[in-house]
Write a protein that binds this ligand. Sequence first.
Ligand code: PGA
Length: 277
Amino acid sequence: MSNGSGGPAWPPRGEPAATAGPRGGERRPLVAANWKMHLVRREALAWCRAVREGLQSPAAELVVFPSFPLLPAVAEAIAGSRLSLGGQDLHPEAKGAHTGDVSGPQLRDSGCAWVLCGHSERRRDHGESDELVGRKVAAAERHGLLPVLCVGERREERQAGRTFEVLERQLRAGLTGLTGRPARLAVAYEPVWAIGTGDTATPATAQEAHAFLRRILGESAGAAAAQGTRILYGGSVTPENAAALFAQPEVDGFLVGGASLDPGKFLAIIAGCGRAG
Ligand code: PGA
């Protein structure tokens, strides 16, 4: 597929098409720290030092998502390490009169390779619609950023038996603007009832949701793309529950909030993803 400028639009130029790794030979585990609205510069730099020192040839690909003001300092602090940088959100447009927003080119310019799209806290706090999230994913692709498309049902939706309907709607809407196969897109299954609550999904619940999401990915992008796309679990991941979740064949890594703020816990979660699935 073309993006009108002569080259393949997806994966972004210069990026490997497949994610080589131990999981099925195709999907390298991906573990991401979502700092949310936590940490000031001094704390962020201490975190980077501790994680750099503690990393021992991780099998997983690693990303950290700091708040926007921290991006330049963190970019410098992780340079030459195994960590990549990501933004927590982006505006669908490249520039313009959008006070308080951040664009894809600005994220790239700050050293980001990744960006979160449609995190449930953005959907909740800022009323982000499925349609807007789809435009953000498309903007990420346009600007050479790798999106992590976040989807997940709320507690009342699960209780009403609507989990799969919600996941399908959010995933399909998130993918609508993509022009190519989504092998370099990651999807994060983050049940809203599990985020920050200590109420983790059971391994079986996560496996079921991930398998469903991969089936929908296959329908919309083809089986090969679906097989190459990492699906992360997020929602009260800790060193204690990570290994059992990661043992599920469809769980390709984690988007970690609270526990990621503690370098020791984050390193322990990474170590738990060292075993091939
Ligand atoms: P949590 O957050 O690990 O604190 O539940 C996960 C997330 O929101 O990405």
